[in-house]
Design a protein around this ligand. Structure first.
Ligand code: ADP
Ligand code: MG
Length: 447
C-alpha cells in the first residue's frame, strides 16, 4: 500500500470513529470500538485490529454493518470487514493502531456529515428531502411509513441519518433506532437461535422512530419477512414512525409477499432520482468547502468531475477525496490534467456513458450538420467548427487517445485533433457566445 492511501485511510478511520461514537453513544463506543485500529483496505476488504478476542467478537457481531456503512460513505467501498487481534509483539500492527492519534493533526473533514444541513438539494432529491425533513420535525407521524427508494449512492442513507440527527437535537427524549435490513435479519435469526425472541420484539417495538435501511435484502427470507411485517404493523398501529429505504419501489421489491408490498406503499413513497449535472456540481462545491485546506480546488476541476463522474454521489465524493489528498500532499493547486491522471480508473469506469459516437451525434444535432459530412474531408466554416468542437469534447469527455479520436473522424491525423483542441480553447477565450454554446453542449452530456 502506498503512503497516500495509508494516510488517507487513517484520516477516514478517524472520521468514521467520530461518526460511530455519535451514533452508538460515548459509552458503547468506549467499550467496544475505541481500541480498534485500522490496518488496511485492499480489494474491498477492510481490516481492523482489536486488542482482544472478546472485543473483536463483540465489535464484529454488534457493529460490523455500521462500520462498513460508515467507512464506505467516506469513499472506499467496503465489501467485507475483517478484524485481527493484534499481536503485542508486532510493532507494525501497534503502530497502525496508534496512527489514529497521529492522524488527528491532519484531519480535514468537518464532523456530523450525514445531516440535513450537509445534504445538497436539487431537482432529483427535493421531494425525498422534504419528506424526510417533515418526518424529522413532526411530533406525530405525518405519513407512515416513509419509503425512500432509489439507486445506489444517491443519498438514502444520508437522509435517514439526517432524520436521526435532527430528532436527537429537537426531541432527545425520543427513542430512534436505525438498522440495516441485514442487521435486522441477523438479530432476528440470532434471537431465534438463542430462543430469545421476546427481547428482540421488545427492542424494536418500543421505539418512537424505527428506520430500516435497504429493505430489499428482506426479500425471500420468509420468517424474517413475517417478523418484519408484524413489527411494522405493531409500530404503525401504535402511531410510531417507520422509515424504510430500498433500491426499488415497494411494488418492485423481489421476493416480498404481496400483502407486505402493498402495506409498504401505504404511507408516502418518495424516490431519489439519478443526479443532474447541477446537483453534482453543487455537492462538489459544498464538500470542497468542508475541507479545511489552504489551497482551493479550482472551479474548473470541480466542473470536470461533475461532468465525468455521473454514476453516483459516493463515487463523486471518493474522487474529490482523492483530489484533496493529493493537494494536501503535493501542496500545489491542482489542474484538470493532474486530476485526470489521479482518477484514471474512476474515469474509465464512468466513461462508457460517453462515447465518441454519442459526441458526434449530439454535436451534429446542435450545429445542424450531417454526420456523414462531419467525417468527410469537406471544410466549410460551420462544418469545421462542429468538427473541432466534437474533437475537443472527445478529448475532454472520454479517455480516448488523440490518434484514436482522429481515426474516428474520417481517418484524420492526431495533429488535427491537437489543432482542433487548441482552436476551441482560443475561441472560448475570444467569443463568449461560443463559450456559452459549448457549456450547454457539455452539460447535455452530463445528465
Ligand atoms: P445510498 O444510501 O442511497 O446508497 P448514501 O446516503 O450512502 O447513498 O450516499 C452516498 C454518499 O453520497 C454519502 O457520503 C452521502 O453523504 C453523499 N450524498 C448523497 N446525496 C447527497 C446530497 N444530496 N448532498 C450531499 N451529499 C450527498
Ligand atoms: Mg444506503
Amino acid at each position: 500500500m502506498t503512503e497516500i492511501t495509508d494516510q488517507k485511510l487513517s484520516q477516514i478511520w478517524l472520521e468514521a470513529r467520530d461518526d460511530l461514537k455519535s451514533l452508538i453513544g460515548e459509552k458503547s463506543f468506549k467499550t467496544w470500538l475505541s481500541k480498534l485500529g485500522i490496518v488496511s483496505f485492499d480489494d474491498g476488504i477492510l481490516k481492523l485490529s482489536a486488542p482482544s478476542n472478546f472485543i473483536r467478537d463483540n465489535a464484529l457481531s454488534r457493529f460490523s454493518d455500521m462500520i462498513i456503512r460508515i467507512v464506505s460513505s467516506y469513499g472506499c467501498a467496503v465489501k467485507s470487514l475483517r478484524m485481527e487481534v493484534y499481536d503485542n509483539n508486532n510493532p507494525e500492527t501497534i503502530a497502525k493502531s496508534e496512527k489514529n492519534d497521529e492522524a488527528k493533526s491532519i484531519s480535514v473533514l468537518d464532523k456530523k456529515r450525514f445531516t440535513f444541513k450537509n445534504f445538497v438539494v436539487g431537482k432529483s432529491n427535493e421531494f425525498a428531502y422534504a419528506a424526510a425533513l417533515k418526518v424529522a420535525e413532526s411530533e406525530t407521524p405525518s405519513f407512515n411509513p416513509l419509503f425512500l427508494y432509489g439507486g445506489v449512492g444517491l443519498g438514502k442513507t444520508h437522509l435517514m441519518h439526517a432524520i436521526a440527527w435532527r430528532i436527537m437535537e429537537v426531541r432527545p427524549e425520543k427513542k430512534v433506532i436505525y438498522v440495516s435490513a441485514e442487521r435486522f435479519m441477523y438479530l432476528f435469526i440470532k434471537s431465534l437461535r438463542f430462543k430469545d425472541t421476546v427481547s428482540f420484539k421488545e427492542m424494536f417495538r418500543n421505539v418512537d422512530v424505527l428506520m430500516i435501511d435497504d429493505v430489499q435484502f428482506i426479500g425471500g427470507k420468509d420468517t424474517t419477512q413475517e417478523e418484519f411485517f408484524h413489527t411494522f404493523n405493531d409500530l404503525v398501529d401504535n402511531n410510531r414512525q417507520v422509515v424504510l429505504s430500498a433500491d426499488k419501489s415497494p411494488s418492485d421489491l423481489e421476493g416480498v409477499e404481496d400483502r407486505l408490498k402493498s402495506r409498504l406503499g401505504w404511507g408516502l413513497v418518495a424516490d431519489v432520482h439519478p443526479t443532474t449535472y447541477e446537483l453534482r456540481l453543487g455537492i462538489l462545491q459544498s464538500k470542497a468547502k468542508m475541507y479545511k485546506i489552504n489551497i482551493p480546488i479550482p472551479e474548473e476541476v470541480l466542473e470536470f468531475l461533475a461532468v465525468k463522474i455521473t454514476s453516483n454521489i459516493r463515487e463523486l465524493e471518493g474522487a474529490l477525496n482523492r483530489i484533496v489528498a493529493h493537494v494536501i500532499l503535493v501542496g500545489k493547486p491542482i489542474t484538470i490534467d493532474v486530476a485526470q491522471e489521479i482518477l484514471s480508473d474512476l474515469l474509465r469506469a464512468n466513461e462508457r456513458l460517453i462515447t465518441i459516437e454519442i459526441i458526434q451525434r449530439k454535436v451534429c444535432e446542435f450545429y445542424s450538420v450531417k454526420l456523414s459530412d462531419l467525417n468527410s474531408p469537406k471544410r466549410h466554416k460551420e462544418l469545421t467548427t462542429a468538427r473541432q468542437v466534437a474533437m475537443y469534447l472527445c478529448k475532454e469527455l472520454t479517455t480516448k487517445s488523440l490518434p484514436e479520436i482522429g481515426r474516428k473522424f474520417g481517418g484524420r491525423d492526431h495533429t488535427t485533433v491537437i489543432h482542433a483542441v487548441r482552436k476551441v480553447k482560443e475561441n472560448m477565450q475570444k467569443d463568449s457566445t461560443f463559450a456559452a454554446d459549448l457549456e450547454i453542449l457539455i452539460k447535455s452530456f452530463a445528465n
